[in-house]
Design a protein around this ligand. Structure first.
Ligand code: DAH
Length: 329
């Protein structure tokens, strides 16, 4: 192989380097050739030197060209090795999602705080006074049977509704105010539509006597329900709660059948969503309020979540069922 061919065939920079040593190194081809000059007759020296210099210049050029090419290839290989292909999906960690109950609760809180209601909380372990007595549910009142209570040995109990937060708040504050109190409540119940723990939002508005009316209550609840559920009809039905007088239960037109009647609304076209009323004078008396008026309401958060997202079995919400939860991403 000629030198040119050898340079051309060098497969990497190491191979090229050994050719360089053979050609241009101290003991290489060119020093040996130039050494021959001494023994060449004077008249031939110039031709010999010219030929040798030309050959050397050509091989140097070939060497440099080959070196540049090999370095370029080495760099390209290096870059190729380090390249990150951003178009490829790597392993994705499963992403979490807000639980439908939290999501619904946040949406409800957002509405009422935007209407200037302050956000309050109260203890989950309550006493008889705050959970029943002060709410006009004295010992042996038949209405106590509406709620199956978890009792502790020492007279304490798990709150059965968020209404005791009304009492704690009224004792600590002076009207006028508007507040909501969301949180967990507990009852001895377990079936398709009941779990031993669920969530409610309580609402309470109190101001001077005659400043708060049933019309105010009706307006805000109608506004809230159509805001939350969209295009539904709202109806107030006379009812009874010990802590309100008059009391009302509120229905919306069935979100499943649009009010025509179906299995879910038991062919009535209506679904009950909350309880409310004007605060009973006995409740104001229990917290030492005089010359005031107010309204209160209470609603179950799970019920709102189920109606909004068309979930039929309440228990599914508490079973960590990924098929259900992943729909809320
Ligand atoms: N505390 C009631 C319950 O647990 C709900 C309720 C009804 C709350 C009427 C109220 C109200 O504040 O006015 O079922």
């Amino acid at each position: 192989m000629s030198w040119q061919e050898q340079i051309g065939a060098a497969c990497d920079l190491d191979a090229l380097e050994s050719i360089r040593v053979e050609l241009f190194g101290k003991k290489g081809y060119f020093p040996a050739q130039f050494a021959k000059m001494k023994s060449i007759p004077n008249e031939e020296k110039k031709a010999f030197a010219d030929g040798l210099n030309k050959e050397k210049a050509e091989l140097e050029a070939a060497f440099e060209a080959k070196k540049t090419a090999l370095e370029g290839a080495a760099l390209a290989a290096e870059i190729d090795k380090e390249r990150v292909d951003l178009s490829l999906f790597s392993h994705l960690e499963p992403a979490g999602a807000i639980h439908p109950i939290s999501h619904t609760m946040n949406e409800m809180i957002e509405y009422f705080t935007s209407m200037n209601f302050s956000l309050q909380t109260g203890p989950l372990v309550e006493d008889d006074f705050h959970n029943f007595e002060a709410l006009n549910l004295p010992q042996h009142h038949p209405a106590r049977e509406m709620q199956d209570t978890f009792y502790f040995k020492d007279e304490k109990l798990m709150r059965t509704h968020t209404s005791p937060v009304q009492i704690r708040y009224m004792k600590a504050m002076k009207p006028p105010f508007r507040m909501i109190a969301p949180g967990a409540v507990f009852r001895r119940d377990y079936d398709m539509t009941h779990t031993p723990m669920f969530h409610q939002i309580e609402g309470l508005v109190v101001d001077e006597a005659h400043k708060v009316s049933f019309a105010n209550l009706k307006y805000i609840l109608e506004h809230f329900l159509t805001h939350f559920f969209g295009d539904v009809k709202v109806r107030f039905r006379p009812s009874f709660f010990p802590f309100t007088e008059p009391s009302s239960e509120v229905d919306i037109s069935c979100v499943f059948c649009g009010g025509d009647g179906c299995r879910v609304c038991k062919q009535t076209g209506w679904i009950e969503v909350l309880g409310c009323g004007m605060v009973d004078p006995n409740v104001f008396k229990a917290v030492g309020y005089e010359n005031v008026s107010g309204y209160a309401f209470g609603m179950g958060i799970e019920r709102f979540a189920m109606l909004k997202h068309r979930i039929s079995d309440l228990r599914a919400m508490y079973e960590g069922d990924l098929d259900l939860l992943e729909q809320f991403k």
